[in-house]
Design a protein around this ligand. Structure first.
Ligand SMILES: Nc1ncnc2c1ncn2[C@@H]1O[C@H](COP(=O)(O)OP(=O)(O)OP(=O)(O)O)[C@@H](O)[C@H]1O
Ligand SMILES: [Mg+2]
Length: 509
C-alpha cells in the first residue's frame, strides 16, 4: 500500500562523506562532505559546471559516486537507480518535468501506484487520497484537470504532490524557478517553505542568489567540483556567495551601458506588426542601442522576436532594416544581419551528439557537406576563438551534451556572434547561467552595441532588463503597453505595466 505512505514523521538525514566522481578521467566532484539536515532548505550554488547537478544526481540515484559514501539516516546506501532513492524517500523535481500531459492531476500524482479494488483503479479512492495529500501540502489544485494545458508552476506542484504521495522526505529541486515568471516563482517559494516547515528537506539548486538568500537555511558553495564551504544563509550575502563561487569578487554584475550617439541611425523599425500572438506592435532600435522587452511569461515577447526574425509568418505590418523592407524569410533576415538567440537551447538546435566545435561553428559553415562535416584549420581556430570569447574552456572536441546547462547557452551565443551584423535579438540570454558567466554574456552584448549593432533583449529578470537596456518596452497581450526611459525605468513601473490592464498608449514607436 505504498500510495498511502505519507510518512507522519517524514524526516530524513542525508549525508555525503568524501564523495568523488569523475567523467572520462576528469574529476567533477572531489572529496565532498555534506550533511542535509531534516526540516531545512539547503541551497547549492556554484558556477556553471561546478558539479551541482552531478552532486544531486548522486543523491537521487541517477549516478553512483566513484568514491566515498552516501549515508541516509546513519546507514550506507548504494542506490543504483532513482527508483531506489525514491523508495528511500528521496525525490527529484526535474527541470524537464516528467508528467504525462494527457492524464489528470490526480492520475499523474498516483501514476503507477493507483489505489485499486479487485484489480481496477478505484477512482473514488484515488480522489480521496489526492485530496488528503493536497490538503497536507496546502496546494489548491483541481484533481480532474488535465495536466497538459497547465502552467509550468502548477505542473511543478503536481510533481511535488507526486513526490509527497510517495512519502518523499528529501526533495531535490534543480533550478526550479529558471523558467518561471516572477509571480509563479514566489508561489514556489511558499511551497519550499511549507515543505521545510513540515520536517522535510529541500535541496535547492539555483543561480538566483537573491532567491537562495531568501529561502535557504544553509548554503553550500561548490567551485570546480570542490566543497568551498557550508554556512548558515544568514551569514552570507550575494557578494560573499559570488566570491565563494568565483574565487574572486565581482564589483558589478552589469557593465557600463554604451553611449548611443544622438544621431545614431535606426537599424530596426517595426510598424503595426501583426502575427501569431502579436497584436499590432510598433517599435524601433537605433544602432548601438540596447532595448529591453519586459513582461510576463506568455505576454508575447518571444512572439514579437520571432515575427521580426521571420521564423513565423506575419499577417500584416512592416519590418525594416536600415530603412529597407525585410520580408519574413529567415535566409533573407540572416543576410540582412539579424540574428535571434531563442530562449530554448535545445530547440534552437544545439546538435547533441556532435562536438562543441561543430556546434559553435555550425552557422558559419553554411551547410553540412554531404557525408561529413567541413573542418579546416581555420575552423578549428575560429571555434577556439569564439569559445574563448564566451568563456567556455576545455577541449572543444568533446560532445556538446557533456557541457553543463549554462555552458551550452554560451555556445549558442558564440555561434550568434559570427552572424549578427545589424540586429541581435537575445531571448532570455542568461537563463540557467551563473553570475560570473552572466557578466561575460552582458559584456558580449555591450560589445555588440559598441560596434553599432542594435540589440533587443528579452528577459523575465527585471533586474537584468534594467541593468542592460537603454530603454524598456513592456509587453502585455501581444502589445507594447508602456515605454520606459531614464528615471521612469524602475522595477515598479515595469511590474505595474506588465500586470495592469492594457493602457491605451498607442504603442511606443
Ligand atoms: N554525463 C556527463 N558526461 C561527461 N561530463 C559530464 C556529464 N555530466 C556532467 N559532466 C561534466 O561535469 C561537470 C559538472 O557538471 P554539472 O552538470 O554537475 O554542473 P552544474 O554545476 O550543474 O552546472 P550548471 O549550473 O550549468 O547546471 C561539467 O564540467 C560537465 O561538463
Ligand atoms: Mg546543473
Amino acid at each position: 500500500m505504498p500510495h498511502t505512505a505519507i510518512a507522519d514523521t517524514p524526516q530524513l538525514r542525508v549525508e555525503l562523506r568524501g564523495v568523488g566522481k569523475s567523467f572520462g578521467g576528469t574529476p567533477v566532484l572531489r572529496d565532498i562532505d555534506l550533511v542535509l539536515e531534516p526540516g531545512s532548505v539547503h541551497a547549492l550554488v556554484g558556477e556553471n559546471g561546478a558539479g551541482k547537478s552531478t552532486l544531486s544526481k548522486i543523491i537521487s540515484g541517477l549516478y553512483t559516486a566513484d568514491r566515498g559514501q552516501l549515508v541516509v539516516d546513519g546507514e550506507r546506501e548504494h542506490f543504483t537507480s532513482p527508483r531506489e532513492a525514491l523508495d528511500r524517500g528521496i525525490a527529484t523535481i526535474a527541470q524537464e518535468l516528467a508528467l504525462v500531459p494527457e492524464l489528470t492531476v490526480a492520475e499523474n500524482v498516483f501514476l503507477g501506484r493507483e489505489p485499486r479494488t479487485a484489480g481496477w483503479i478505484d477512482r473514488k479512492k484515488l480522489k480521496r487520497e489526492f485530496l488528503e495529500v493536497a490538503a497536507r501540502s496546502g496546494f489548491d489544485l483541481d484533481p480532474d484537470q488535465v495536466v497538459g494545458g497547465m502552467r509550468t508552476a502548477d505542473q511543478q506542484k503536481v510533481e511535488i504532490l507526486r513526490a509527497l504521495a510517495r512519502g518523499a522526505s528529501l526533495i531535490i529541486m534543480d533550478e526550479p524557478t529558471a523558467a518561471l515568471a516572477r509571480h509563479d516563482a514566489e508561489l514556489l517559494h511558499d511551497v519550499v517553505r511549507q515543505l521545510a516547515a513540515s520536517g522535510r528537506t529541500v535541496l535547492l539548486i539555483s543561480h538566483f542568489l537573491g532567491e537562495v538568500l531568501a529561502l535557504a537555511d544553509t548554503v553550500t558553495i561548490l567551485r570546480d567540483g570542490r566543497h568551498i564551504r557550508t554556512a548558515p544563509a544568514a551569514d552570507e550575502t550575494e557578494a560573499t556567495l559570488i566570491e565563494g563561487m568565483l574565487g574572486r569578487t565581482l564589483s558589478s554584475i552589469f557593465p557600463d551601458k554604451p553611449v548611443v550617439a544622438d544621431d545614431a541611425p535606426e537599424v530596426l523599425r517595426v510598424s503595426d506588426l501583426v502575427a501569431p500572438g502579436v497584436n499590432g506592435v510598433s517599435l524601433s532600435v537605433k544602432a548601438g542601442e540596447i532595448v529591453g522587452l519586459a513582461g510576463l511569461v506568455g505576454a508575447g515577447r518571444s512572439e514579437i522576436a520571432h515575427a521580426i526574425y521571420g521564423s513565423v509568418p506575419r499577417a500584416s505590418g512592416i519590418v525594416a532594416i536600415d530603412g529597407a523592407n525585410c520580408p519574413a524569410d529567415i535566409p533573407r533576415t540572416l543576410k540582412k544581419g539579424i540574428f535571434l538567440i531563442s530562449e530554448s537551447r535545445k530547440e534552437q538546435g544545439l546538435v547533441l551528439g556532435r562536438p562543441i566545435r561543430d556546434n559553435v561553428t555550425l552557422s558559419n559553415m553554411g551547410q553540412i557537406a554531404s557525408g561529413g562535416w567541413v573542418r579546416t584549420g581555420d575552423e578549428r581556430r575560429a571555434s577556439r576563438g569564439l569559445l574563448d570569447r564566451v568563456t567556455v574552456a576545455g577541449d572543444d572536441r568533446r560532445d556538446v551534451s557533456a557541457l553543463s546547462g549554462g555552458n551550452q547557452q554560451k555556445v549558442l551565443f558564440g555561434r550568434a556572434l559570427q552572424k549578427v551584423r545589424k540586429l541581435l535579438i537575445a531571448d532570455e540570454p542568461t537563463r540557467g547561467v551563473d553570475v560570473g558567466s552572466r557578466r561575460a554574456i552582458y559584456d558580449l552584448i555591450v560589445q555588440q552595441a559598441e560596434q553599432g549593432i542594435g540589440v533587443l533583449v528579452i528577459s523575465s529578470d527585471v533586474e537584468e532588463v534594467l541593468g542592460l537596456a537603454h530603454r524598456v518596452l513592456v509587453v502585455r497581450g501581444g502589445r507594447i503597453v508602456a515605454e520606459l526611459e531614464g528615471d521612469a525605468m524602475t522595477e515598479e513601473n515595469i511590474i505595474t505595466a506588465a500586470f495592469a490592464d492594457p493602457i491605451t498608449t498607442g504603442g511606443a514607436a
